[in-house]
Design a protein around this ligand. Sequence first.
Ligand code: ZN
Length: 507
Amino acid sequence: MQHDHPPTPATSDACCCEPKQSSTLASSRRALLSASASIAAGAAAAPLLAGAALAQGAAPPDADRLLARVQGARRILIKGGLVLTLDPAIGDFAQADVLIEDGKIRELRPDIAASGDDVAMIDAASRIVLPGFIDTHHHFYQGLLRGILANGLLNPDYNRDIANTLTPAYAPADAYAGVLVTALGMIDMGTTTAVDTSQVSHTPEHSDACIRALQESGIRAVYAYWRGSGPDARYPQDIVRLQRSYFNSQDHLLTLALGSSLDANIFSYAREVGVRCVSHGVNNNTERTLLELGRAGLLRPGDEYIHCTHLSDAAWRLLKDTGAQISIAAPIEMAMGHGLPPIQEALDHGIRPSLSSDVDATMAQDPFTIMRSAFTLQRLMLLQRARRGEQNLPPLLTCREVLEFAIVAGARCAGLESKVGTLTPGKEADIVLLAVDRLNVWPLNNAPGAVVNVMNPGHVDTVLIAGKVRKWRGSLVGVDVPRILRLVQDARDAVVRRAGFRTNLLG
Ligand SMILES: [Zn+2]
């Protein structure tokens, strides 16, 4: 594996790119800001540090009753938020309402009047309303191993400790616990859809356990079925049983894909079974095989390719021409030696990449960190090129573009763009409300900038998936957190013990 040393940080005062604002948007944003200002002025009349009454995020006493009403309602009206639809045909709104009906977005515009016993309202004042984040590559079962490889490289550390020592020690119950805590952690941080690159199918029971945990969590996921280890693995043929047992309807939150290295037999098999391929470890060392698969006509539009570091121009052209979807895990690729995250290479070849977190054995799943890494890295690389005197450079990324990578391109990469990724009437209501009225965010001056470069997972206030509330006013709904913490700790202890692995708690 190739390891690039990070370049010296730029100290350039080179120009920044501002996201475009329409005058309508700007004026309606002013309207929102002035409304917010009067709230702030009212608060100023009271003592500023008066205690619990002013505590951040304190839910009103009727929150539970309101949640019960929202959960029971056929129609939900999200009222008065700043709405980033990310759908260019609809645009964004400084203030608008979103009407959800039977789990789908029915209508989206300012001042929707909806009444009746079957409508419940969510007040979205001082909230940014946007589609849920989409993480296109995460090894969910590794939730037990968070931070265990704090300073490791892909090779030899990850391959030795995670792939060859800890992963083979997983029992089905451990896989279940790891997937469950990962999925719930993602929902908590505003990620409503993810691709689970599930390399723990040591037996069919392991695969069943992973799928059960995904189902129970309520997340929308692509289960990318992958090879496990040991004599009882049934890869890839067990995918037929999985398909029949769990993936026999288009209406489910879960869809199926076949995970693989760049292997002609597996690609052919995926075509036979009729599922997309998700390929890991795509890089300069494997690109010869990629080009061969291309020549054999085995690549299909919608297949996903992860990492894609240091590929040649020919490989990028092949990916573009075959309708490939790209997943870049910028923080992990930079920290663990995969190589330089190929954000600019993808853009240079007309591909809008999706973003992913990869493994939390080393780095957080947090979508804000991932977006920030992509934003800062692409700009650093271009600004360094400018500093060296290069002319006619591509544009610097904007916050809006990065947000689109994290959501719109994510939906495309997961093969779910007809269902999620924008707030568009007819799509499923996977919606996140981010709190703006916080001391470390307020005042709001640029919504995409706030989401990408100012906020963190602590600002995820409410999360809906397919119209069902999964997080409400700062807390996951229906989740017994202490029970799950115990379950995960016990599973971690069992895996570490079986593997004979020594953790390094104090670093
Ligand atoms: Zn990975």
